[in-house]
Design a protein around this ligand. Structure first.
Ligand SMILES: Cc1cc2nc3c(=O)[nH]c(=O)nc-3n(C[C@H](O)[C@H](O)[C@H](O)COP(=O)(O)OP(=O)(O)OC[C@H]3O[C@@H](n4cnc5c(N)ncnc54)[C@H](O)[C@@H]3O)c2cc1C
Length: 386
């Protein structure tokens, strides 16, 4: 099997690189230090159409595939930026595209493609459920005209920078379903109309990620907010996971390449004991090892994306790509930190920011232990461990 990029894919890479070059490392450092949303960058990406590449042309999007979307996010992170500020605008719409009504698609997808509507919040995780999504307690109670939703979410990112949010809630209590994955539903919430019914409390984190705790109290939504059929929300969620895994892997690969370029450059120019530090194998090997891991992860990521675009099952590849890429970018971050010595910790060298940022991907959107559980159970057919 061979992976070669098409002319169009190479052009996309170059164009995204050019746009990202307008937002240099100092821009990202200032956003990080001020805990500011990179609004100018996200707006520029939206206006250039890069965040709408996965939306079909009939709804105003780029009508491109997963390989192209992966290139976009890889290049943001490879430039030293953080795709996490806007990655969800690319893929959260997938549940609307695949399972939404024609009215929902026509009402929202063109705006999402143009960037005039932001759908980059998704509320899945809850304090008491953690990785066991079936234990969520947020409940949507059926009324005559719609639903009333009450519950709590945690780590709902970019809520303040979204017009819409995809929310997972139970519509049948856990005790009343025959399978625990049943009885959950996905809702498309217009956060602009939520008013006091949703209180968002920012969570201070070690990265500039704009994540929140949400307190949802008697939020009234019309029946038209339901995505697809009631009770099938969990399976709709699973349908979108492969895309998310592949795109997150791409951000990690971008991070990994950025770390390796920085570490290699510094290892050649920094002279200690009358020679470049890169002459020492103790400095070379972690960089070379991380480079090897990033390249291997890239292959798995491309295999997953190619299968996704061909409409073939890609769960194992997408999960393995997320695992390999997040571990590889972390190894690359560690290698860069070690290479830069004390300067790795100084914010003006940018390594410590990227190191903090790439650490997230070992934990979110899914902890790597749970990825390994998936591989053990679904690929290797070992007994389910939880
Ligand atoms: C900055 C940030 C942004 C996020 N953004 C969003 C968002 O926008 N929307 C959203 O819904 N969520 C979001 N999340 C939540 C994220 O998806 C979860 O943190 C992640 O899935 C892990 O869940 P948890 O934190 O509850 O960990 P837990 O489930 O409590 O797990 C804790 C640890 O135990 C391990 N563990 C748990 N069960 C097992 C098991 N059976 N076998 C082996 N190990 C196990 C895990 O691997 C993990 O290391 C975000 C998180 C962060 C930190």
């Amino acid at each position: 099997m061979e992976f070669g990029y098409t002319d169009l894919q190479r052009e996309i890479r170059t164009s995204v690189q050019q746009l990202c070059a307008r937002y240099d490392l100092d821009y990202w450092r200032a956003c990080d230090q001020d805990k500011a949303y990179p609004e100018a960058f996200v707006r520029a990406m939206s206006e250039a159409g890069w965040l709408g590449v996965l939306i079909p042309e009939e709804y105003g999007g780029g009508g491109l595939g997963m390989v192209e979307a992966a290139i976009v996010l890889e290049e943001i992170n490879r430039s030293g930026g953080s795709g996490a500020a806007c990655h969800a605008q690319m893929y959260t719409m997938g549940s609307v595209l695949r399972h939404g009504s024609e009215e929902q698609k026509h009402a929202y997808l063109p705006g999402i493609a143009a960037g005039t509507i932001r759908l980059q919040a998704f509320g899945i995780t809850e304090p008491d459920a953690g990785s066991d999504t079936t234990r969520i307690k947020t409940f949507a109670r059926r009324t005559g005209s719609g639903y009333v939703i009450t519950g709590q979410k945690v780590f709902t990112s970019r809520y303040q920078h979204s017009d819409l949010m995809v929310l997972l809630a139970r519509t049948t209590p856990l005790e009343e379903v025959s399978r625990k994955t049943e009885g959950m539903s996905l809702f498309l919430i217009d956060t602009r109309e939520a008013g006091e019914a949703i209180q968002a409390v920012p969570i201070d984190t070690m990265i500039n990620h704009e994540t929140n705790q949400l307190f949802i109290n008697e939020l009234e939504v019309p029946r038209s907010a339901l995505i697809g059929e009631e009770g099938r929300g969990f399976s709709y969620l699973l349908d979108g996971l492969n895309a998310e895994r592949i795109l997150i892997a791409s951000e990690c690969i971008g991070d990994g390449r950025w770390f390796i370029e920085r570490a290699t450059g510094y290892a050649q120019s920094r002279i200690v004991f009358d020679r470049p530090i890169g002459k020492n194998q103790g400095v070379q090997f972690p960089i070379a090892s991380a480079y090897t891991a990033v390249e291997a992860a890239d292959l798995m990521r491309l295999k997953a994306a190619s299968r996704f675009d061909a409409g073939e099952p890609c769960g194992p590849e997408a999960n393995m790509a997320k695992y390999l890429a997040s571990e590889a970018s972390w190894a690359a971050g560690e290698a860069a930190m070690a290479t830069f010595g004390g300067y790795g910790l100084a914010s003006e060298y940018h390594v410590e920011r990227k190191w903090r940022e790439t650490r997230l991907f070992r934990t979110a959107p899914i902890a790597n232990n749970l990825v390994l559980s998936y591989v053990a159970e679904h690929v290797l057919k070992l007994p389910r461990s939880y």
